[in-house]
Unconditional design. Structure first.
Length: 99
């Protein structure tokens, strides 16, 4: 098994359960303009730090603008040892519309 695509509602439910790693792969300006609470902006400069410090036993939820780029990132994090890796369908734009 690999990463899974989940809806914003499923992502919210996982977040409410607590103890997840929430990653935003959008650019820093977009992240600063708005993001999901407790998310961490990921870039090429800090991805190594995240990989070395994040708990790989906790679910990792990854979102981007519209849910396309996050699929590749979710696959990458899964391949780096995260047991549960999720890409949010519709990304942050869908999150803003529904939640």
């Amino acid at each position: 098994m690999s990463y899974q695509c989940i809806s914003v509602e499923e992502a919210e439910a996982l977040i409410r359960q607590g103890d997840v790693t929430l990653l935003d792969i959008r650019d820093p300006t977009s992240f600063a303009a708005g993001n999901i609470q407790n998310s961490v902006q990921v870039s090429n400069t800090n991805v190594g730090d995240i990989l070395s410090t994040a708990d790989k036993d906790k679910p990792v939820i990854i979102y981007c603008y519209h849910g396309n780029s996050s699929k590749g990132a979710a696959e990458y994090f899964y391949s780096m040892g995260f047991k549960e890796s999720y890409s949010v369908d519709g990304g942050f734009e869908e999150w803003k519309l529904k939640l």
